[in-house]
Design a protein around this ligand. Structure first.
Ligand SMILES: Nc1ncnc2c1ncn2[C@@H]1O[C@H](COP(=O)(O)OP(=O)(O)O)[C@@H](O)[C@H]1O
Ligand SMILES: [Mg+2]
Length: 391
């Protein structure tokens, strides 16, 4: 977005320029004017989408200049930065259709929140209403991290959704490494530490960007580092994330602490991942008992069977009966594709599009996004390079 900045204060100019440049999409101060009179006398060569006015030194008698400015740029949004008591000026500004008024000194959080509203109104970004999907592993090694990370990538790639994965492991979180060789510079702990700053741009700056539509917020690597991580933090992060992503995928791991509990409370769907073996089933039953005592409705809990092999002694229907929950999806055992992917830190879909596990993840994407194959041959076509792929 291109803005016209009106101020005599070079420090404020630099501050807004820096904050704007860090936004996604960036806010660019394309033109500058040295006060209101300068602005009305010298039209900007290109009509700005946003006009930021430092009104801190505007005298009441100059309020009329604000109205002239509004008429000069009828298509622009206006942000007014005010000093102390400027009631008269504010009323005139509101009448001229200026909605965003921020006090000086500039608070960055308030600035970005106002920018978020302006971006949405200008159609630069759309506020989303993202869904939270939580993956848990019933037993260590069930495959929750493998499935959540690879599913997140598949969702972003095949369904062209904006996806954020949050690794909620308190310790030894490794989700980012499953799909990327980039070392996370920031983690969930950093985000909690600066919870007052959290908005879409800040969140995006803390991610490992695996692909344009898929980012991973790495686990707090040092749980005893003195950073407070609370249920309230989780709530804030998810509220902001829902506004900026279509899907928020959580790798919850196995531990249920106050933070992950709050995440599960707010999740739209919970996917316990387990293998078709007795130890997994035992732990799965315990987990489902906890969910029932927490009052989670059955419709929100969908089992995923991993490393499934047809023709085994235990059948999917046995599992459903034992656990009293529905198996929504079975991911086949695909040792080579899964191991190659994990060892290289490259999503299975990217590594081998036709592997059994990649096809299965594509199916899960279809199920979750409720896109029907008939109307969506494009998705499978994109995956397999032909339009008539069968499931
Ligand atoms: N469908 C699959 N087929 C074969 N191997 C798999 C499959 N899913 C996961 N694995 C392997 O299982 C291992 C453990 O998975 P992981 O996701 O780390 O488990 P969890 O997070 O539940 O503890 C991974 O190293 C991966 O290689
Ligand atoms: Mg794991």
């Amino acid at each position: 977005m291109k803005a016209l900045m009106i101020t005599r204060d070079s420090q404020l100019h630099a501050e807004v320029a820096a904050q704007g440049a860090a936004r996604l999409p960036a806010l660019q101060l394309a033109a500058s004017r040295d006060g209101l009179r300068d602005a009305v006398e010298r039209l900007a060569p290109e009509a700005p989408q946003l006009v930021i006015v430092d009104a801190s030194d505007v005298a009441p008698a100059e309020a009329e200049l604000l109205e002239r400015l509004a008429r000069l740029y009828p298509g622009a949004a206006f942000m007014l930065l005010t000093g102390g008591q400027q009631h008269e000026l504010l009323i005139r500004a509101m009448r001229a259709g200026m909605r965003e008024v921020l006090p000086l000194p500039l608070q960055h959080k308030a600035f970005h929140e106002a920018m978020d509203r302006i971006d949405v109104q200008a159609g630069v970004t759309q506020l989303r209403d993202g869904k939270v999907l939580a993956f848990l592993s019933c037993k260590g090694g069930s495959g929750a991290t493998f499935i959540s990370t690879n599913f997140g990538y598949a969702l972003a790639t095949l369904a062209e959704k904006k996806v954020l994965l949050i690794d909620l492991h308190g310790q030894f979180g490794d989700a980012a490494l499953y799909v990327s060789d980039l070392k996370p510079a920031m983690t969930l702990a950093h985000v909690c530490q600066q919870i007052g700053r959290v908005d879409g741009a800040f969140l995006a700056s803390c991610l490992v960007h695996v692909s344009p539509g898929f980012g991973v917020l790495a686990a707090a690597d040092d749980p005893v580092g003195g950073v407070d991580m609370t249920a309230e933090h989780m709530e804030t992060i998810l509220r902001v994330a829902r506004q900026h992503y279509d899907y928020i995928v959580l790798d919850v791991g196995r531990q249920i602490d106050p933070m992950s509990l709050r995440a599960l409370d707010g999740a739209d769907a919970i996917y316990p991942v387990l293998q078709l073996a007795l130890p997994d089933i035992r732990d799965g039953r315990r987990l489902l008992d906890i969910f029932r005592s927490l009052g989670y409705p059955n419709e929100r809990v969908h089992l995923i069977v991993n490393r499934y092999e047809k023709g085994g002694k235990l059948r999917l229907s046995d599992l459903e009966q034992a656990l009293g929950a529905e198996v929504v999806h079975a991911v086949p055992n695909d040792y080579i594709a899964a191991t190659d992917s994990v060892n290289q830190g490259v999503p299975a879909l990217q590594l081998s599009r036709t592997s059994a596990v990649a096809r299965s993840l594509a199916e899960l994407v279809e199920r979750v996004t409720a896109r029907r194959i008939a109307e969506n041959k494009g998705l499978f076509g994109r995956l397999f390079g032909r339009a008539d792929a069968e499931l």
